[in-house]
Design a protein around this ligand. Structure first.
Ligand SMILES: [Zn+2]
Length: 309
């Protein structure tokens, strides 16, 4: 049994046993976030930070599209060079193909810019954590990032080191970017300490879910964002066709024209999953996150004691 299938069955079993609260958050804790036409995020900056081009579009494409439409300015920080993700291209051709697809994603979803950190795909666990963190801190200060999207550094059963190493670096960089004594030489170049205040973490396996975003109105933008990752989607489609052929099977809609097959695959793999997620929360299509917002622990004290200066 493949690990993914096992996790899905395990999650279903937990949901039925009442232990789901421990993994997915109790009903009281889950906030449903819906679209807002009042531009509530004007002036704010978000960054999607993932090792691979397709991570964000697949797990958070609808929410990112929603927040950009509500006023955020967005940036994409890709930590790996995606050199392993293509169907029968060489390593060098794969890097270039995914670099071109990255430019396409930036345009499609409406990011202002992307930054490629260029670490070798599948090998980020050999990268110095402090170097990766330092580069992220630089970018968080430079771009004045308020909100990040990344893999959940505490998600369970994540098997890809690129995912969990990037996630851990993002988590630490979010608060260290506010430190006066962390990388202080950056201040001489004009940067200022700057903490990231909101985090949306997504995961492939079980995670503590406390935020569900209604992405129904943004599904077309999400599909277009996934389609931008053409090299990777073609890889998935062709790998699936190869494995079906080994079992003596063929799905006509996934064979033939690649563009049509890719659209069919995106529907079958990702749109169906978002529909299933939505159904759990009374929505048509949804994405789930562990959301961490600003620390409210002193809010009451401040409202009682603070004076204008
Ligand atoms: Zn990935």
């Amino acid at each position: 049994m493949r690990r993914r299938e096992f996790l899905e069955i395990a999650a279903a079993a937990l949901a039925g046993s009442g232990r789901a609260d421990a993994l997915s958050g109790s009903a009281e804790q889950v906030v449903i976030e819906r679209s807002n036409n009042d531009q509530p995020h004007r002036g704010k900056v978000l960054a999607l930070i993932t090792p691979h081009l397709d991570d964000g579009p697949i797990f958070a494409g609808g929410t990112v599209a929603k927040l950009l439409s509500e006023g955020y300015t967005g940036f994409f920080i890709r930590t790996s060079n995606d050199e392993k993700d293509s169907y029968r291209l060489s390593l060098g051709e794969t890097v270039l193909a995914n670099e071109r697809d990255t430019a396409r994603l930036v345009k499609t979803i409406g990011f202002k810019k992307s930054y490629d950190l260029g670490y070798r795909n599948h090998r980020i666990d050999e990268v110095s954590r402090t170097e990766l963190r330092g580069r992220l801190i630089f970018l968080f200060r430079l771009l004045k990032v308020d909100t990040v999207f990344s893999y959940d550094p505490w998600g369970h059963y994540e098997e890809n080191p690129d995912h969990y190493v990037t996630a851990q670096a993002v988590e630490a960089a979010c608060w260290m970017a506010s430190g006066q004594l962390d990388f202080p030489e950056q201040f001489e170049a004009g940067l200022k300490p700057h903490a990231v205040s909101e985090k949306y973490y997504f995961a492939r396996g079980p995670q503590l879910v406390n935020r569900v975003v209604d992405i129904g109105p943004f599904l077309p933008q999400k599909i277009a964002a996934i389609e931008s990752c053409e090299t990777m989607i073609v890889h998935m489609v062709k790998d699936l066709n190869d494995s079906l052929a080994e079992r003596g099977l063929r799905v006509p809609a996934l064979s033939g024209n690649l563009e049509t097959a890719s659209k069919e695959f995106i529907q079958a793999a990702f749109v169906t999953r978002d529909h299933t997620t939505g159904a759990k929360h009374g929505l048509q299509y949804a994405e789930e996150f562990h959301y961490i917002g600003p620390d409210p622990s002193l809010d009451e004290y401040i409202s009682r004691n603070a004076q204008r200066i």
